[in-house]
Ligand binder design. Structure first.
Ligand code: FAD
Length: 215
């Protein structure tokens, strides 16, 4: 899934790609005994090919992973413990990456919710059958293709609840906006976040708040 480009100059990116080869994969290949003993840092999600999935993992966990790899490579080339990599590992990482880095699971999520709620906010007040079919198709493919595969799998499972109660409600903007808010709240609950009061979805995503701060 992750490949280095010949012209890529970002050293962290290159280091990460090299590091992937050193981790156990889902198919069980273990390059050497040392690597097989090292557990992945908490929160790192593997892709279906067994390599760390950046868009499924938070910046904090990703940085723990890159530091772990740096420490390993330093340890294998140095007999002392005061290497720059070890010093870096002891320093807390910022929880935000520069804005021109690939997204982590949170940045991807925020951007995607902005798109999804904005689609609901601009949905017709009363949707034609064609419009409903188009949105149904979009959601079907979106839930299969979302770049965080664990998120996509859970979203699909939620939508396909056997009772049918979580099927997209597409008749009108109000219905669809409310449904999207409930879908988002499902993820909020899963992540232990505060639920959003869906009575306010339209102020948040369409009209702006009544206090005028968005005008
Ligand atoms: C389909 C999908 C599935 C996801 N699954 C996972 C997952 O399995 N694991 C994981 O770690 N991350 C997942 N994410 C990402 C996660 O939902 C968040 O986007 C991410 O954690 C960043 O959260 P945040 O607190 O910045 O705000 P977000 O949850 O991204 O919300 C952005 C803004 O939307 C508003 N908002 C919040 N809740 C609602 C609501 N219910 N209705 C309307 N507006 C609302 C708030 O103003 C908030 O600031 C998923 C994202 C998507 C789009």
């Amino acid at each position: 899934m992750v490949e280095t480009q010949p012209e890529q100059t970002n050293s962290q990116y290159k280091g990460t790609a090299q590091m992937f080869q050193n981790f156990p994969t889902a198919t069980g290949s273990k390059p050497n005994d040392d690597d097989s003993k090292a557990p992945l840092p908490k929160g790192v999600v593997l892709d279906k090919d067994g390599k760390p999935c950046r868009t499924c993992t938070s910046v904090a966990s990703w940085r723990a992973l890159t530091k772990q790899a740096d420490m390993k490579s330093s340890a294998s080339t140095s007999t002392t413990t005061s290497t720059p990599a070890l010093a870096a590992a002891a320093t807390p990482s910022p929880s935000e990456l520069p804005s021109d880095c690939p997204p982590d699971v949170e940045q991807l999520g925020r951007s995607t919710w902005t798109l999804l709620h904005s689609m609901a906010a601009t949905y017709p007040e009363k949707a034609s059958t064609e419009h409903q079919n188009n949105m149904q198709g979009f959601l079907k493919f979106f839930s299969k293709l979302y770049p965080c595969w664990v998120c996509a799998d859970d979203f699909q499972t939620w939508m396909a609840h056997p009772s049918g109660r979580n099927q997209p409600k597409l008749g009108s903007r109000k219905e669809f906006g409310w449904w999207m808010c409930e879908a988002h709240n499902e993820v909020n609950r899963k992540l232990g976040k505060k639920e959003f009061d869906c009575r306010f979805w339209e102020e948040r995503w369409r009209s702006g708040w009544k206090d005028g701060r968005c005008d």
